[in-house]
Design a protein around this ligand. Structure first.
Ligand code: NAD
Ligand code: TDX
Length: 350
């Protein structure tokens, strides 16, 4: 039995990765380590409670002693590291917690893995999940980010992720730690915390609340359905080449304002409102400081080496996603009210 530690498994992407691994690899033990910050919602994984190959540990990756102890007591073979502070707007008001979790937390995991594995790296792998934001911003006429694009982060969030990526590569180059990295574009789908654009706007349309569009809504993002990201992570963890970086992206660029209009059209239709009725909720607000103009990923390395392609057309993915949020209104309500934070205490009695 292999023991795989997934950090940040109670978050948006992590919950999809944990579910995929627990169900697909019954002979592996999947250990979900999460601090359960505001972004961690363990009830997202309630369907896995009681499965023999699933274990949850509440811990903070910025606590070196706690992380060391976990590596000393559990025989961990592989790490898939997703835990992070992930919201750009929060990084602008509170950069220190981003440095603490994203940089120091990653360093704690690297050092603990290196010491526990004691250079006996056979069958071991440290997989670090990163973002396209480390490459900075593109103009409209520039070609997409490749794995060779120079790092040029602009926000405290992307600077902290870039720093953690450098530490991961440094542990490979200095100590021979077997690592692999991937940098993915914007994800969307079920269980995303409603501070990010897509779930926030679906929820606001539902309650006829203003839709705060930053600047003129001209920024471009490259959107990928979260389960396609989880499939890519599975492929890279099992078949990626050690020491390599893989870009993951949907090849699916949307200007924010066009995406917002698609969201409005889809949500109005599913709510039985007159088509476009909610366009009146669009409210242009002050732009995000340092707002990156455009992200776009060239995922040809992943496609050519490991045969990965996104499975969903965007309009289909948005339709499924809006349906999911409207059919899980109690999930949105429990997150917006804070009720979801009681789940851990109810289940684990702490
Ligand atoms: P999220 O904010 O939804 O989840 C983060 C999880 O990490 C939460 O469960 C939180 O409780 C946990 N966490 C935070 N600080 C912790 C700490 N100190 N110790 C232990 N756990 C802690 O984030 P997400 O959107 O699921 O992103 C997951 C990863 O993927 C991040 O590393 C992010 O940088 C990366 N990423 C995200 C996107 C995206 O579009 N969401 C795109 C590319 C890469
Ligand atoms: O209220 C809003 N209004 C708005 O116009 C919000 C929340 C966002 N926006 C804009 C900003 C971005 O151009 O929408 C775009 C998407 O914003 P976010 O959902 O905050 O995502 P982004 O900043 O692009 O970063 C995301 O993708 C890369 C994730 O949050 C990161 O964790 C990931 O690394």
């Amino acid at each position: 039995m292999r023991h795989i530690l997934i950090t940040g498994g109670a978050g948006f992407i992590g919950s999809h990765v944990v579910r995929l691994f627990v169900n697909k690899y019954p002979d592996d033990e999947i250990i979900n380590l999460d601090k359960l910050t505001y972004a961690g919602n363990l009830s997202n994984l309630s369907d896995l409670e009681g499965k023999p190959n699933y274990k949850f540990i509440k811990a903070d990756i910025s606590d070196y002693d706690a992380i060391r102890k976990i590596f000393e007591t559990l025989k961990i073979d592989g790490v898939i590291h997703l835990a992070a502070e992930s919201h750009v707007d929060r990084s602008i008001t509170d950069p220190f917690s981003f440095a603490k979790t994203n940089v120091i937390g990653t360093l704690n995991l690297l050092q603990s893995a290196k010491d526990a594995w004691r250079e006996n790296y056979e069958g071991k792998l440290f997989y670090h999940i990163s973002t396209d934001e480390v490459y900075g911003a593109l103009n409209f006429n520039e070609s997409r980010f490749t794995e060779e694009t120079r790092y040029d982060p602009h926000s405290p969030y992307s600077a902290s992720k870039a720093s953690s990526d450098h530490f991961v590569r440094a542990y490979h180059d200095t100590y021979g730690l077997p690592v692999v990295l991937s940098n993915c574009s914007n994800n969307y789908g079920p269980y995303q915390f409603p501070e990010k654009l897509i779930p926030l706007f679906i929820n606001n349309i539902r309650y006829n609340k203003p839709l705060p569009v930053y600047g003129k809504g001209e920024n471009v993002r490259d959107w990928l359905y979260v389960e396609d990201h989880a499939r890519a992570i599975d492929l890279i963890f099992h078949r990626g080449r050690v020491g390599q970086t893989y870009n993951i992206g949907g090849g699916n660029e949307w200007k924010n304002i066009d995406l917002i209009k698609l969201l409005i059209k889809t949500t109005d239709r599913l709510l039985g409102r007159e088509m476009g009725a909610s366009e009146k909720l669009i409210t242009f607000v002050t732009d995000r400081a340092g707002h990156d103009l455009r992200y776009a990923i060239d995922a040809s390395k992943l496609r050519n080496e490991l045969g990965w392609t996104p499975s969903l057309q965007f309009e289909e993915g948005i339709d499924q996603t809006v349906r999911w949020y409207l059919e899980h209104q109690e999930w949105l309500d429990s997150v917006t009210s804070g009720e979801y934070q009681n789940y851990y205490r109810r289940m684990y009695g702490e």
